[in-house]
Design a binder for this molecule. Structure first.
Ligand code: SAH
Length: 408
């Protein structure tokens, strides 16, 4: 299946000098308008080799004839033969990078983080003995059987769920008769797993992303350390990840605020799952179903209520480059409203998952809000980026930013 086409010729491409330089430096994408020549038309999912201007092997990747990103790099450096052994070695090397990263009280983590781990447009998340394979580009669709085999060999999961990005769902059905769901033996649509000793549910089949936001794990631990004795507002709470940590950390009350009743219900179940923890059993847990932007705006305008810890972790506010400036302003306004709800000594944890907003832009947007609302009576406690199981190797792969601002 990784073989050449019927004529036996490998797809070979040459790219612009700038694209060549970018690939040499590790960038994983080649756009269609950067391809200068190719020996023949290519098929989506085909292996293609990039040769440099001196006709030397530069990289190999998977070709996508329909996408603006025409080729996604799998390998650079010395030429290799892509056969079954190569794929096994590649997966083994990726998984070795995760060994020992987490203690046994964490059973939910990202095993493969797309391009950043050398597997472009492919995510593999583990929730206990269930794996979720999420595909973001059509070039993997012809190779799902191979992927499934590799994953079973190396990880022996009880179940594997295939999830497809929204733009692939129709194409996968039409071109490959493929749909989302279990590969092989079906498992449970909702599974339980551990994160730092807390039990969470993950809706692996139908939930957002792969069922849970694993990327905030370390920021949730930071919240646990900040929560003791406080009334906590968790805006955009989803299934209550931050809330459970805050409760375990000794928060007096936790309010989940989300537009989705489904998410709020999931948070309630997560609280119930962890009722054996003294902090979680003792905390006053409330749910607010509302548009958090409007709720925070109204609460700030009304001059209350007050919290010792406010978390704002909205969905991406800049999904395209064209939305970047608007996104930065939206983070700024959100921070302004959230900061007005802080008691003296209280902390705002502001997060952004917009790849198009840089860490600097985000920090400036939040700090500008702090100056406007609190004058000089605040400090940035820390800023944070990606979790250890979400490594980043190129600019577009860097999406998560978080920072804590404390009111004096
Ligand atoms: N902090 C969460 C992840 C947040 S994901 C965690 O750690 O797991 C973003 C959440 O924002 C989703 O649950 C979504 O339902 C919610 N959301 C989206 N738009 C919203 C809005 N306008 N108001 C409130 N919640 C919203």
């Amino acid at each position: 299946m990784w073989a050449t086409d019927k004529t036996g010729s490998r797809l070979r491409i040459r790219v612009t000098p700038a694209a060549e330089q970018a690939v040499r430096q590790g960038h994983p994408w080649v756009y269609g308008d950067k391809v200068r020549e190719q020996n023949r038309p290519g098929d989506t999912g085909e292996l293609a080799v990039i040769y440099d201007r001196s006709d030397r092997f530069l990289a190999l990747g998977l070709y996508d004839k329909e996408s603006a990103i025409r080729l996604r790099v799998l390998h650079t450096g010395r030429p290799v033969t892509v056969d079954e052994a190569w794929w096994h070695a590649k997966l083994q090397a990726t998984l070795a990078g995760r060994t020992g990263v987490f203690s046994p009280d964490t059973t939910g983590f990202r095993l493969i983080n797309g391009e950043n781990d050398g597997w472009p447009a492919l995510i593999l998340d583990q929730y206990g003995d269930t794996l979720v394979l999420k595909i973001y580009a059509a070039l993997w669709l012809p190779h799902l059987k191979t992927l499934e085999g590799l994953i079973r060999t190396h990880l022996q999961p009880r179940a594997i769920v295939l999830r497809l990005s929204r733009n692939l769902i129709n194409h996968a059905m039409k071109a490959w008769q493929l749909e989302e769901g279990f590969l092989g033996e079906p498992g449970e649509d909702t599974v339980h797993f551990q994160e730092n000793g807390l039990t969470f549910e993950a809706e692996v089949r139908f939930g957002q992303k792969t069922g849970f936001f694993l990327d905030q794990r370390e920021n949730r631990q930071r919240v646990e350390a900040l929560a003791a004795g406080h009334e906590v507002l968790n805006a955009f709470s989803f299934s209550g990840g931050f809330s459970l940590y805050a409760a375990r950390g000794g928060a007096r009350s936790v309010t989940d605020l989300d537009i989705s009743p489904h998410a709020l219900d999931s948070a309630k179940r997560n609280f119930a799952l962890n009722a054996a923890d003294a902090g979680i059993a003792a905390v006053r847990h409330e749910s607010q179903q509302a548009d958090a932007f409007a709720w925070l705006h109204d609460a700030a305008a009304a001059g209350g209520p007050r919290f010792g810890l406010v978390i704002t972790d909205p969905p991406s506010l800049a999904k395209r480059e064209a939305e970047r400036a608007g996104g930065v302003e939206a983070y700024h306004h959100l921070a302004r409203n959230a900061l007005q709800l802080l008691r003296p000594g209280g902390t705002l944890l502001a997060a952004s998952c917009s790849a198009h907003v840089s860490a600097d832009e985000f920090r400036q947007a939040v700090e500008r809000a702090a100056f406007q609302i609190l004058g000089r009576d605040w400090q940035t406690l820390w800023t944070a980026g990606h979790a250890p199981d979400h490594p980043v190797s190129f600019r577009e792969g860097e999406y998560l930013k978080a920072m804590a601002v404390q009111r004096r």
